[in-house]
Design a protein around this ligand. Structure first.
Ligand code: AMP
Ligand code: GLY
Length: 427
């Protein structure tokens, strides 16, 4: 079977890695890919905003299925474009991807499905007064989000109502995030540990199956200081999310959501990523995404013992999926980012130590934002590498991941030192 992965980040590197270890897959292509992926798969240049171009590659290369990494092509309809050519794609259609493409739509679905979530309201650019008034009704922790996609950076969580008011004005005027922010969602802030649960769906709400739970570290700095990012590290398994907790989430949130989507005429296929918070009132849904999480994928895929290719192809085809199984090993990933990330990442620096890092027992260096310049690999994005390591315990996996991280350097590189520290008993 031949698979085509769409994307160019650490998530896609880990998916390609997983497919190369799948017995059902004998040929893996990636478009556009990155220098890390090139070592495992043929990379084909394409723009991730060129939906027809991506579908045309699937056709020209006669692939058995396409695995879509990032959200933007999903929201733009790449799955529909691939299907129009009579081929399979693992991912939701553009209609279904609205679950991530519009937070207002997602909140409507959550409420209709009866899934616990934060108190919230949505406002358009004519509603500034109403938006500011709604802020006043919230108790102490304010959340302002763009309705549209903003690469994980369109969310402000603050105890300062002045900062929240400034965000409302900057979003609604288009100054902060352009059109993505001209509609916004204001929410009551929730507190508690977060959980990312990636669920594989084949269109039948009752057949959806969870992958291993993971926890992501969203803030740029140690101790959760500073602004939100796309994610600075992750680990799996997550001790608070035992099998019983996962089954409760499946029963109270995931299946009701998939049934609500079905009621709206949407047969959801692909990954449904549930971002949850364990609040003092029980688990609540923070958000849904319509794809694998990044960097969650980089800790979930290395633990997977099911054939990733067979799983994704069956789900894409709406067929019965193989059972999903994992090793008992833990996995930790630490993201290395450029100086200035997330506001203004500097790129173009030469990266040292990639080979030495890959020699650490259990370590895998996934490329996220890199480019090749002759024999040199240079930084080419905000998040540059995701350094994953497996081990028999979270503590060993964490030690190995940081051992590998410490072998890599470039000017201004930044990373968190506390990924999985608390759960590994080191904090
Ligand atoms: P989202 O893009 O909606 O996932 O938000 C990104 C991150 O912002 C989440 O993973 C949380 O860390 C934080 N966040 C979003 N909504 C809330 C909320 N209502 N309360 C507390 N934190 C939130
Ligand atoms: N790690 C968060 C995300 O993928 O949205």
């Amino acid at each position: 079977m031949r698979a085509l992965v769409l994307g160019s980040g650490g998530r896609e590197h880990s998916l390609v890695w997983g497919l190369t270890r799948s017995a059902s897959v004998d040929d893996v292509l990636c478009a556009p890919g990155n220098p890390g992926i090139e070592a495992l798969a043929e990379c084909i240049p394409v723009s991730l905003s060129d939906v027809e171009g991506m579908a045309a590659i699937a056709d020209a290369r006669d692939v058995d299925f396409v695995l879509v990494g990032p959200e933007q092509p999903l929201v733009d309809g790449v799955v529909d474009a691939v299907a129009a050519r009579g081929r399979l794609a693992f991912g939701p259609t553009a209609d279904a991807a609205q679950l991530e493409g519009s937070k207002r739509y997602m909140k409507d679905v959550l409420v209709a499905a009866g899934v616990p979530t934060a108190k919230h309201a949505a406002f358009g650019d004519a509603d500034e007064t109403a938006a500011l008034a709604f802020l006043e009704t919230l108790p102490g922790l304010y959340v302002v989000k763009t309705d549209g996609l903003a690469a994980g950076k369109g969310v402000i969580v603050t105890e300062s109502i002045d900062e929240a008011r400034d965000a409302v004005r900057a979003y609604l005027s288009g100054a902060a995030f352009g059109d993505a922010g001209r509609t916004l969602v204001i929410e009551e802030g929730m507190r508690g540990p977060e959980l990312s649960l990636l669920v594989v769906c084949n269109g039948d709400p009752d057949a959806a199956r969870p992958l291993a739970p993971a926890q992501d570290f969203k803030r740029i700095g140690d101790g959760d200081a500073g602004p939100n990012t796309g994610g600075m590290g992750a680990y799996s398994p997550v001790p608070v999310a035992d099998d019983a907790a996962v089954e409760r989430i499946m029963g109270r949130a995931i299946r009701p959501t998939l049934h609500e989507l079905a009621r709206r005429g949407i047969e959801y296929r692909g990954v449904l990523y549930a971002g949850l918070m364990f609040t003092s009132d029980g688990p609540k849904m923070v958000e849904y995404n319509v794809r694998f999480g990044d960097p969650e994928c980089e800790v979930v895929v290395p633990r997977l013992t099911t054939d990733l290719g067979a799983l994704c192809r069956a789900a894409a085809a709406g067929e019965k999926m193989p059972d999903i199984t994992f090793t008992d090993d833990a996995c930790v990933t630490v993201v290395l980012a450029s100086e200035g990330y997330p506001a203004a990442p500097r790129t173009g620096d030469a990266i040292d130590g990639l080979d030495a890092a890959a020699e650490v027992d259990g370590a895998i260096v996934f490329h996220a934002g890199t480019r090749r310049d002759g024999d040199v690999i240079r930084t080419a994005g905000g998040r540059v590498l995701a350094v994953s390591a497996t081990g028999p315990t979270l503590q060993t996996a964490r030690t190995r991941a940081y051992d590998a991280v410490d072998r890599i350097s470039w000017p201004g590189a930044q990373h968190r030192r506390d990924i999985a520290a608390a759960v590994a008993g080191e904090q």
